[in-house]
Design a protein around this ligand. Sequence first.
Ligand code: FE
Length: 207
Amino acid sequence: MTEEKHHHHNTPLSEIEERVKRLEALLIEKNLVDVRTLDQLVDTYENRVGPKNGARVVARAWAEPAYRDRLLDDATAAIKEMGYAGRQGEHMVCVANTPEVHNMVVCTLCSCYPWPVLGLPPTWYKASSYRARAVAEPRSVLNEFGVQLPDQTEVRVWDSTAEIRYLVLPMQPAGSEELSQDALAELVTRDSMIGVALPAYTAVARL
Ligand code: FE
């Protein structure tokens, strides 16, 4: 991926970030909100509200083979079908993990990220160390995230751009086949849709 092809969105984003920073400073100065409340709010969008959309997409792809096919064929349309569309989600590509191939996503130049399905990018995703190391030594990065893949599994790293945003379709955890889509969505973590975690399922014994 050359720098030229990576028409990224630094300019408009910076303006927005600039305005948000000024607004944040003003709110704190006027004692309208405290820093902790703001941090919690960001955390909510980063970790909970945002990624829930992506989790519903993944759960449906696990439960409905026809939807999975549509998602892999045209992710933008299949995601829009679920009602998730908008800025930073106009050109989506979904890459499916298999026993043979594990996908992970990075934006090597800035922090391109599919907002409609994942919310705000986490701090580590924007960090220069992740952006550089995800490409140079993906397996080491995965190990640090707690993911150990079999040696024979190929790791593919996808570089996001303003043109294309990737969503990883993780493999459905064994034993979860009978769960409802809502229950399946609970298994899907944000990090598993970036490709730095694997969803897990432990059946709870019913007494
Ligand atoms: Fe970017």
